[in-house]
Design a protein around this ligand. Structure first.
Ligand code: GLN
Length: 314
């Protein structure tokens, strides 16, 4: 296993060094302020966690404090939707970088309502629509949450109802994306139901340590090494990771790939999840965002993690 190549590393020491070096950068960037619950976050908060394929978790900072995972949820919903709908999902959503901000609508008209990728908001809403369509009488938001909990091996991940309510209150741009796609037949279910589910999934909260365990199957070829459970299959997980590498950071996906060299997904809550195939999953949380809505200090911390451990895929 590739993790064996890194057995000489002092993972905890590396994380502690990063936490120290990142200190002067905390508070830089801009905390998301489109909803009050996110605007109240401490701009100097920081957490980082790494769970190896051996199942050990190493962590620094406020790594047990739940935060709003926001768009990181899109990775879990994509894996779930592919499981429910199969590869046909790709006829509704592409897998090309968008080069546009996460909530942009500009490409949608030109491309007949088919979003560029599953990680921009439009694409994630189309993917959520797929989950809604497969849930029957079950609650789609609870189905997504249960899946995230299964990945994490814990019931700790929860929907922060206050964040979900604010997402709904300030969600008109996302609703516009939903109705626009519905007019092209890309979204098939009732837009309010789809958006309600989307707002709830964005409001899932969990800690950096839990998130690094939840993402472990993405590094393990679809298997959770702690339980041996197959959460997804190898080929699918490889493809989700490839899509994350190219599209996980919106119009700064190239910058993230250049600096970190790992597949990663960011959220406006300040979290980032990055996957190191056959090695582990590393997460970071720091609410100050760069111009593209990705954690500023978090990206820096991951860049150092990649440099200091040598886990860069290239
Ligand atoms: N809830 C946010 C939205 O829908 C998620 C965006 C993000 O994390 N980039 O706009």
């Amino acid at each position: 296993m590739r993790i064996d190549r890194f057995s000489h590393l002092d993972w905890q020491g590396i994380l502690s060094g990063i936490a120290q070096d990142v200190e002067p950068h905390l508070g830089q960037g801009r905390v998301a302020d489109y909803i009050p619950a996110l605007a109240e976050q401490d701009p100097r908060a920081f957490a980082m966690a790494f769970t190896s394929l051996r199942g050990e978790t190493y962590a620094v900072g406020q790594s047990d404090r739940p935060f709003s995972i926001q768009s990181i949820s899109k990775v879990f919903t994509l894996v779930l939707a592919l499981q429910l709908e199969g590869e046909g999902l790709w006829s509704r959503v592409g897998r090309e970088p968008s080069g546009t901000p996460f909530n942009s609508i500009v490409q949608l008209e030109r491309e007949k309502g088919r979003p560029r990728n599953p990680f921009i908001n439009a694409g994630a809403i189309a993917v959520t629509d797929s989950v809604v369509g497969h849930c029957g009488s079950a609650s789609p938001a609870q189905t997504i949450l249960s899946f995230v909990r299964r990945c994490a091996g814990s019931d700790a991940p929860a929907i922060d109802e206050r964040v979900a309510a604010s997402e709904r209150d300030y969600g008109d741009r996302n609703r516009a994306l939903g109705y626009f796609m519905k007019s092209f037949g890309v979204v098939k279910n009732a837009v309010p139901d789809v958006l309600d589910t989307y707002f709830s999934q964005c409001a899932i909260a969990m800690s950096a340590a839990e998130l690094s365990r939840a993402g472990l199957f993405l590094a393990g070829g679809g298997n959770d090494p702690r339980t041996g459970e197959a959460i997804s299959d190898h080929e699918r997980v490889d493809r989700v990771n490839a899509t994350m590498m190219l599209c996980g950071h919106y119009d700064m996906s190239g910058d993230f790939a250049f600096r970190v060299g790992l597949a990663g997904k960011s959220g406006v809550g300040g979290g980032i999840l990055a996957v190191i195939p056959e090695v582990g999953c590393v997460t970071v949380w720091s609410p100050g965002l760069n111009a593209a809505g990705n954690s500023l200090a978090g990206t820096l911390a991951l860049e150092w993690f990649s440099e200091r451990t040598g886990v860069n895929l290239f």
